[in-house]
Design a protein. Structure first.
Length: 291
């Protein structure tokens, strides 16, 4: 069972765990707020998986009302997993993003809109060129209201993408499991100096909108982010967009001095892999440079 395995391993098949949780800097690189709880009483939590967690996290931290974000591993069996263990496909974990947010400034329905905009949720165990159970689509809810909204949004989004010829959504929607923080060098990776811009997400370009919210939940969970925000940011603030030549375009000019990477469909951008030393990476030889 390897990194590209299409089946989540059982507990018996999973790697043994580690005694010590990952040590991370408890200060968000962008918002400067803590990334570990306990959070202020006004702050609520959400967890999402849309493929590689680098790009997923950046999409969420740029939303107004988000207190902090953190990347990590969840929904598997191995206790306190490392990045290398998760990438082996033998822990059952997914690469996910923990979002701490102020519901007075941003609604859970806004977060769901970003979630569906960031990726193609029909791709099963993988996203784009990233293949494996750790890149699956997932929503992990903390209460019954989050569950109801997640399921309603999935039903609505399925209808919209089916009308465009896309297949069935494969997103798992389950109670929020234990969140294991990823290594410190993965936290807010795309904001840090020397980061290699990378994302393999393939968003559909189909907006979720806000017409799907159940009427009995609309008053409490009405979106707080105005429509012009989404219009200005297209399908998401930093999801790669499909152009007319079927290329993936990544434009991180805001953070990387107009550096632009264009990777044709089928090409692969090399992704840094941990060497075991925080902040130091090697390039996985399985990925071919297309830079």
């Amino acid at each position: 069972m390897g990194a590209k395995e299409s089946r989540i391993p059982t507990k018996e098949e999973s790697l043994p765990g580690n005694a010590t949780p990952m040590s991370v800097t408890n200060k968000h690189y962008i918002t400067k707020n803590p990334i570990q709880g306990p959070f202020p009483t006004k702050v609520k939590q959400a967890v999402f998986g849309t493929g590689c967690f680098w790009g997923t996290e950046k999409g969420f931290w740029r939303l107004p009302g988000v207190y902090s974000t953190a990347v990590g591993y969840a929904a598997g069996h191995t206790e306190n997993p490392t990045y290398e263990q998760v990438c082996s496909g033998r822990t059952g974990h997914n690469e996910v993003v923990h979002v701490a947010y102020d519901p007075a400034k941003i609604a859970y329905t806004d977060l769901l809109r970003m979630f569906w905009a960031q990726h193609n949720p029909t791709q099963g165990m993988g996203q784009g060129n990233d293949r494996g159970t750790q890149y699956r689509s997932g929503i992990y809810y903390y209460d019954d209201e989050q569950k109801a909204l997640a399921l309603s949004s999935k039903e609505a989004f399925q209808a919209k993408i089916s009308a465009k010829g896309l297949s069935a959504i494969t997103t798992e929607i389950i109670p929020a499991p234990e969140f294991h923080y990823a290594e410190d060098y993965h936290q807010q990776y795309l904001a840090k100096p020397g980061a290699r811009p990378y994302c393999s997400a393939q968003p559909t370009g189909i907006p979720l909108g806000a017409d799907w919210i159940p009427k009995d939940m609309l008053k409490k969970h009405a979106p707080k982010i105005p429509e012009h925000f989404w219009a200005e940011k297209a399908q998401s603030p930093d999801a790669p967009s499909m152009d007319q030549t079927n290329s993936l375009s990544f434009d991180y000019a805001e953070d990387f001095d107009a550096l632009k990477i264009v990777t044709p469909r089928g090409g692969r951008v090399r992704r840094p892999i941990s060497t075991g030393t925080p902040g130091l990476h090697r390039l996985d030889s399985r990925w071919q440079a297309n830079i």
